[in-house]
Design a protein around this ligand. Sequence first.
Ligand code: FES
Length: 119
Amino acid sequence: MAKVRFLAHGTSWEVEVPVGTSVLQASKQIHAPEGDACGGVCACSTCHVYVTRGKELLSEAEEDEEDILDKAFDVRLSSRLGCQAKIERDGEIECEISRESLDAFYNEHPQVPDPRKKR
Ligand code: FES
């Protein structure tokens, strides 16, 4: 099993998942606010995360993913598309959810209050 921790706006979510699970699937299990506008088929960049720990435990990015990331916002060396990054080995993984992913999630889920917005 791999332990995956998601970080966003000062909150963290943690889940244990078997090898073969994608980062996006892991986030969905614990309702971490990661967007998925295209439904996880590598056609948007709303599942964009920064893998701050355990990048080596994930599948390599393929060309399709690199092409989409070229059009994403604030891309860093640690950037991955959560739907394409599959966990290949046990260990600890930490992902910071990108701003574009958070924006997409809270737009898609208006019933979930966005803690970044002041009331
Ligand atoms: Fe659209 Fe990952 S959910 S590329």
